[in-house]
Design a binder for this molecule. Structure first.
Ligand SMILES: Nc1ccn([C@@H]2O[C@H](COP(=O)(O)OP(=O)(O)OP(=O)(O)O)[C@@H](O)[C@H]2O)c(=O)n1
Ligand SMILES: C[C@](O)(CO)[C@H](O)COP(=O)(O)O
Length: 223
């Protein structure tokens, strides 16, 4: 069973507000994206890696690979205007319908190797494997009339990536879905009437989003 990973990094990082898209910012002296790609290579050395970035950044990325002597094999695919479209562009390049694909945010460099391996193992058996973590805080739901309602947190999970699937199914789900407002791949899959399987993610697997996350990421890197 062949394994693929689509690393989506086609965003512009508006919430980070940095001079360049956050996926190219450095942690521990190396661009975030290189740490992320390396985790997948470490977990599955035979994996086929697909990196989705804006076409205008292809040269920048190639220059960074030279500058940092980054030699993990991967191929580049052009990003789209939304995360959904970037994932779809990556999936469109996959022809091996019998394989498995992990879809992962380029800005989650602290994913555990164990989580990646388990996601492939579970997706092979069940069709999908979605990394999630339990909440530590209490939560409340806001209502339209300006109030809030207590929620039982044991029924909730924070959803991370990787989200790993049998290629045939996730390709079909993305092909037939016209609504592009889904915020993750599990929801696109589920929209076909297929139930997703959850696996335990790791708490450090944060999505680097805002400037405070950079300081926390530096701390996690040095742990
Ligand atoms: N058109 C897009 C938008 C997002 N992403 C990727 O999806 C992941 C999660 O998105 P997010 O954290 O929201 O990244 P940005 O869109 O860059 O951030 P922002 O919303 O602050 O602009 C990131 O790795 C991002 O690069 C993508 O591949 N293509
Ligand atoms: C896919 C994701 O990281 C799961 O938590 C999240 O939905 C991405 O959201 P974003 O708003 O595109 O960053």
């Amino acid at each position: 069973m062949k394994k693929y990973a689509i690393i989506v990094a086609g965003g512009s990082g508006t919430r980070m507000g940095a001079p360049m898209p956050k996926q190219y910012l450095e942690i521990g002296g190396k661009p975030i994206l290189m740490h992320t790609i390396f985790r997948f290579f470490e977990a599955e050395p035979d994996i086929q890696l697909i990196l989705v970035i804006p076409e205008k950044d292809f040269q920048l990325w190639k220059d960074l690979c030279l500058q940092f002597s980054f030699t993990v094999p991967h191929r580049l695919v052009s990003g789209g205007n939304s995360r959904f479209q970037s994932v779809r562009n990556g999936l469109d390049t996959l022809t091996d319908l019998d394989g498995l694909v992990a879809i992962h945010d380029g800005v989650r460099p602290f994913v555990n190797v164990d989580v990646i391996q388990e996601s492939f193992e579970v997706a092979n058996r069940k069709g999908s494997a979605i990394a999630v973590v339990a909440l530590k805080d209490s939560i409340r739901r806001l209502t339209d009339d300006g109030k809030s309602v207590y929620q039982e947190r044991q029924y909730f999970r924070l959803v991370q990536t990787p989200q790993t699937f049998q290629i045939q199914k996730i390709k079909k789900a993305f092909d037939v879905t016209e609504l592009h407002t889904f915020t993750d791949d599990a929801t696109v899959y589920e929209h076909q009437g297929w139930q997703v399987t959850l696996i335990a993610g790791n708490l450090e697997n944060i999505k680097i989003t805002t400037p405070e996350d950079m300081a926390y990421a530096a701390y996690l890197f040095n742990m």
